[in-house]
Each structure stands twice: as C-alpha cells, then as structure tokens.
Design a protein around this ligand. Structure first.
Ligand code: ADP
Ligand code: ADP
Length: 225
C-alpha cells in the first residue's frame, strides 16, 4: 500500500549546519509515528519540511502522491489548512480569545461560519475533556488544559495529518500522558495520522511506530546505532 506522506533524500543546511542530511520518511494513513532523537538532530526541521513550512534544499516530499514543491505557495497554504493540524510545545493559544474561540480559529480562518466552526470545535473540546473551560481564556487554565485545547484546535478541521512537535514538553508526566492518550485516541477515532516529534521514550510509547533521527538522517528502531 502507498504512503499518505513520504520524503526522500531531504537535505537542509543552515550556514555550516546540515540540519537534514539525506532523510527519508514514510507515513501511512491513520498511522501514529514518533520521531525521536537527541536535541539538534533535525527532528523539527524534518517536521517542518514534511508539513511544507520549510522548503528542503534537496529531496522530495510527496503528499497523496503529489510533490509539495510543485505547488504554488497559495496552494501549499490551502493544503495545510485543509489537511494538516499542528500542535506545538507551548500551546500558542491566542490569549485574547476564549478556549472555544481558539479551537474554532483555524476553521474560521478557512472560511467557516462562526456557528459551524464553534460546533465542530466543541465536539473536539468534549473529546479532549476540556469543554467545561470553553469560556475561559488561556491565561486562566492549567498547562495541561491549554495543551488539550491546542489538540482540539489541531483536530477541529478533521485533518488527515497532525504534526505535533514536543506537545508534552512543557507538562509533567501525569499531564503529558493524559494529553498523549487523548491525542492518540482522538486521532485514531478520526483516522488522522500523527507525526509526533519527541525526545522522550515515555511519549513515543503512545505511537504505533518509532523512528530515530541522528545527524540529519532517519533510521528505524531496528537500524538505530
Ligand atoms: P531538533 O528538533 O532535533 O532539536 P532541529 O531540526 O531543530 O533539531 O535543528 C537541527 C539543527 O539545525 C540544529 O543544529 C539547529 O540549531 C539547526 N537549525 C534548525 N533550524 C535552524 C534555523 N532556522 N536557522 C539556523 N539553524 C537552524
Ligand atoms: P526544537 O529542538 O524543538 O526544534 P529549537 O529551539 O531547536 O527547538 O527550535 C525552535 C525554532 O527555532 C525552530 O523553528 C527552529 O527551526 C529554529 N532554530 C533552531 N535553531 C536555530 C538557530 N541556530 N538559529 C535560528 N533558528 C533556529
């Protein structure tokens, strides 16, 4: 069967640093893959290239069989909005908006009516068990609650792929495990694939499969040195 998202021979250089040095990757529809490796090994750069945020210097990224670099900037942005969701280490919620408005924001930006966007967002807030704080602002909720709102926001538009970069990096292990359990349960229910960047084995254990990035190259666990 064919990969939903794949990359071959990705290279990315910043000054004299080879952030990616010939990285290959493949993700099947609905699969949760943990991208592990030490700090500075190229995990975030790989995620950014896969998501079409950073253009690789060389190599190809294919999404649904289509080369990302062949799309115009506008088409790539539209694709990201329609098919991808993002979760970051620090929720990056908009402080002036309520949790519900935050979760609905990507749908609003994609052109959905307020009512429709907030209905979809509420479903996800319920799934992430943070519907009760929907009228609070991010500054009034705990770190774990904020990350669950960020996950609800990432999933509100029914993405095919969720990119999560150290989503539990700012949480203690109890709250981190809770976020990971809810994130992976919700992704499996909706059929979304997940690219999960983490340096913690405890977090990676929630994935179906683990790969390791070292010096800008990807190895699977069996091939890890
Ligand atoms: P990881 O996510 O595994 O910590 P990164 O992909 O963030 O690794 O970084 C890989 C290497 O590339 C590091 O040496 C980092 O400092 C460098 N790097 C990443 N992004 C940039 C950038 N925008 N400008 C300069 N150097 C960068
Ligand atoms: P992570 O390890 O989670 O990637 P970093 O602090 O390495 O966190 O990177 C955070 C952001 O800063 C990323 O978008 C990365 O591309 C960028 N970045 C990383 N290293 C550098 C650098 N040396 N110079 C400029 N930007 C960088």
């Amino acid at each position: 069967s064919r990969a939903l998202l794949s990359a071959q021979g990705l290279r990315k250089t910043y000054g004299s640093t080879d952030a990616l040095d010939g990285a290959d990757f493949a993700l099947m529809a609905g699969e949760v893959v943990a991208v592990m490796g030490p700090s500075g090994s190229g995990k975030s750069t790989l995620l950014h290239c896969l998501a079409g945020i950073v253009p690789p210097d060389a190599g190809t990224v294919l999404y649904q069989g289509k080369e990302m670099s062949s799309l115009s900037d506008a088409d790539r942005s539209a694709l990201r909005r329609a098919d991808f969701g993002f979760v970051f280490q620090f929720g990056q919620l908009v402080p002036e908006l309520t949790c519900l408005e935050n979760a609905a924001l990507p749908l609003r930006l994609a052109g959905a009516q307020r009512k429709e966007a907030e209905a979809a967002a509420r479903n996800r807030l319920q799934q992430l068990e943070v519907d009760d704080i929907r009228h609070h602002r991010p500054g009034q909720v705990s770190g774990g609650q904020g990350q669950r709102v960020a996950v609800a926001r990432a999933l509100a538009g029914d993405p095919r792929v969720v990119f999560a970069d150290e989503p539990t990096g700012a949480l203690d292990s109890v709250n981190g495990d809770r976020v990971m359990q809810l994130l992976t349960d919700a992704a499996r229910q909706t059929g979304a694939a997940v690219v999960l960047v983490t340096h913690e084995a405890r977090v990676a254990a929630f994935a179906d499969r683990e790969i390791v990035v070292r010096d800008g190259k990807v190895r699977d666990m069996a091939g890890a040195a």
